[in-house]
Design a protein around this ligand. Structure first.
Ligand code: BTN
Length: 328
């Protein structure tokens, strides 16, 4: 396969290899070489190009497979905590994968992970953009024995676990903050590096399955035009290329360590507040019904709801899920 051949030629070379040499060695046109280089880059290989010298492979792609995921889980002693791993190269959405599996009775603590999603879903009906090979997209399916309302704060808890996991892996331990309820932001630019979509399947007021879908931009360097002002990646912000399985295992470790606290926010709210960048900020809330409320975010209550104070000092409680929050 042409991609593999080009890769091997670049791997064998210590430094640059010219496009002309590659085309001669493989007996293909220079344009075919260039197209292959472009494909490899889209798959996550970092290949530098220099006008006179040619191409140089500076970083291998961060490939996922069922085996690499299982090995990483084992290395982090999470292979017993996770009951089942379902990896697909391409899927519509890992949350949808999890939902289908829930209907066929899959076990508590199952992991659904894909290299790429063709229909990645975001909060409030939006789509979630992610490039193949560069981002981490997975869903954790839990089957807690709980009543539906006890799980409202879980979505904040998932944001906390993800932010703590990323900060553990970065040199700046406060690089990633949380925008209430659970967007993951770069603390320096305020742009979004990740998001979480939590879905619950309820049966007779009991939780049948809880699906926590997490998407993190790790090594992306370009974004579609409509996201350029608001989206970023860990690589762009910190210049550190994290491996997807490492981030995956650190996030799951956080869940594994603290899942018994999940439905009991008193145990983790202080830490959530300390990592939440929304507190103290002037904000504007847009409800699903189209109403607007501006004020200052002053606290997060025991149910995970945001308390804002308007200009008259009156406080309002805002529930997640039904609002859009903008910084003023
Ligand atoms: C948001 O910020 O709007 C939430 C984005 C959640 C994206 C993740 S990617 C893995 C999982 N599968 C999906 O389809 N969505 C979530």
């Amino acid at each position: 396969m042409m991609k593999e051949q080009v890769l091997n030629l670049l791997r064998q070379q210590n430094g640059y290899r010219s496009g002309e040499e590659i085309s001669l060695l493989l007996g293909v046109s220079r344009t075919a070489v260039w197209k292959t280089i472009r494909q490899l880059r889209q798959e996550g290989y970092t290949i530098e190009a220099s006008t006179h010298r040619g191409y140089r492979l500076t970083r291998e792609a961060d490939l996922l497979s069922q085996q690499t995921i299982l090995e990483a889980l084992q290395a982090h002693e999470l292979d017993r905590w996770i009951s089942q791993v379902v990896y697909r190269q391409t899927v519509d959405s890992t949350n949808l994968m999890a939902r289908r599996a829930a209907e066929s009775g899959v076990a508590d603590r199952s992991l659904f992970i894909a290299d790429q999603q063709s229909n990645g879903r975001g909060r409030r009906g939006r789509t979630w953009f992610s490039d193949s090979g560069l981002g981490l997209t997975f869903s954790l399916l839990l089957r807690p024995a709980a009543e539906a309302q006890a799980l409202t704060p879980v979505t904040l808890f998932a944001g906390l676990c993800s932010a703590l996991a990323l900060n553990e892996l970065l040199t700046n331990r406060q690089a990633i903050g949380i925008k209430w309820p659970n967007d993951l932001l770069s603390a320096s630019s305020g742009k979004k590096v990740g998001g979480i979509l939590t879905e619950v399947i309820i049966e007779e007021n009991r939780v049948d399955a809880l699906i926590i879908g997490i998407g993190i931009n790790l090594n992306n360097s370009c974004f579609p035009a409509d996201l350029q002002d608001t989206a970023t990646s860990v690589l762009v912000e910190s210049k550190i290329a994290l491996r997807r399985v490492d981030v995956l295992c650190h996030v799951i470790s956080q869940f594994a360590k603290r899942s018994h606290e999940m439905a009991n926010p008193q145990q983790w709210l202080a830490q959530y507040r300390a990592n939440c960048q929304t507190l103290g900020q002037p904000v504007r809330i847009l409800t699903a019904g189209g109403q607007e409320q501006s004020g200052t975010a002053i606290d997060i209550d025991a149910n995970g709801e945001l308390i804002i104070a308007d200009e008259n000092g009156q406080t309002h409680t805002v529930r997640s899920g039904e609002v859009s929050l903008r910084r003023l």
